[in-house]
Design a protein around this ligand. Sequence first.
Ligand code: ZN
Length: 367
Amino acid sequence: MTTPETAEVSLDSLIQGLRGFIESSDKYVDEINNMIIQRKRSLVVDFHDLLISNKDLADMLLERPQLVIQAGSEAVRQAITERDPELAKSVRNFYMRFRRLPESLPIRRLRSEVLGKLIMVEGIITRQTPPKHYLRKSVFRCSQCGYEVEIPQPTTGFVQPPKRCPKCGALNSMVFVEERSEFIDWQKIIVQEKPEELPPGQLPRSIEAILLDDMVDTVKPGDRVYLVGVMNLDLADLKKGKPPVVSSFMEVNYVESQQRELVEIEITPEDEKKILELSKMPDVRERIIKSIAPSIYGMEDIKEAIACLLFGGVPKVYPDGIRVRGGDIHILLVGDPGMAKTQLLRFVTKIAPGPYTPRVRAAQQPA
Ligand SMILES: [Zn+2]
C-alpha cells in the first residue's frame, strides 16, 4: 500500500477514481438517478463498498478526508451533469458523504492523533443551535476599478481581503460584497457520550459538531446518532500571550440517526400472540415491573417509574388540535455512588436504545 500521507496525489486522479467507483456500481448509479428525481444533493456511500471497490481510495479517505471528500463532491457533480446538465447547473453544491466506517471511537477517547482524520463517533445530541448562515466563499470588489476576487473561506477565522487590488494595484481598496458571496446553512450540535459508556462516577463528555447545508436539521436533540466527520481545530482560540491550547470540533460529513433501526423491528405473529396473552393477565403490571433489571434487588418504585418511562405517556391534545407534551416521560435518578443507577440505565438502553419512549412507541405503531 502506498502511504497516503506522503504520496503526492492530484485532485484530478481522485475525481477519476471516485467517478469510476460510482459508474461501476449499479447501486450508486441508481442512487445518482434517485438524486436527480428527488432533487437531492448528497450521495451517501457505504465505506465498505468503497473499500471493496478501491482499497487505496478508501485508505486515502481515512487519512486525507478533506481532499477525498472534495474530489467526491466533484465526482458526484460530474455524474449528475452527464445525466441532467440543467439540474447540475442549478445546484450550487453536491456532496459525497460516507457512512458506516469500520469502527466508532468513544467520545471519551478522542485525542490529538485523530485530528484531520475521518472518524466515526456515536452519541446523543443534547443541544442544537438554530440554523445560521455560514460564509463559504467571500467576494471582494475593488472600489477603484470594480475588479472582483473570490476567496474560499477556510474552516475557521474570517478571510482577509487582499491588501492590493490584483488588477489596478490600488491599496486597501478591496471591499466585501455580501450579495455576491456564498452562504450555506450552518448548525452546531453538541453530542454527548452515551450513558452506558459513562464510567461510574464520571461526568459525561461531549463534542461540538458542525452540520452544513443539507445536513442541517436532519437530526434533533435526544437523537442517538452516528457522526462521520473530521476533527478540526478551532484556531480562533489562538491569541497572542495565551498558551497555545485550542479546542476542536467535528466537521460533519454524514450524520445518521440510529432511531430508524428500532422502527424496523418486526413483531412476528407468535410475538403478537404472546403479547396479547400477557396483556390479559391480571398481574401484567407487576410482571413488567419485576422484569426490569431483575438482577437488581428491590427498588420497586424506581423500576415502576422505569416501566412507565418505557411505555410513555399520552400526549395531550386540545380540542383545537394543539398538542402539548409529546407524552414522553422523563425520570431523574439521584443517589449515592454504588446504588445501581448506572446499571438501571444500562438495562433501559439495552432493551429500548435511544430516546426511550418515542422509540418504543414507534415500534408499536402499525406500518
Ligand atoms: Zn482595482
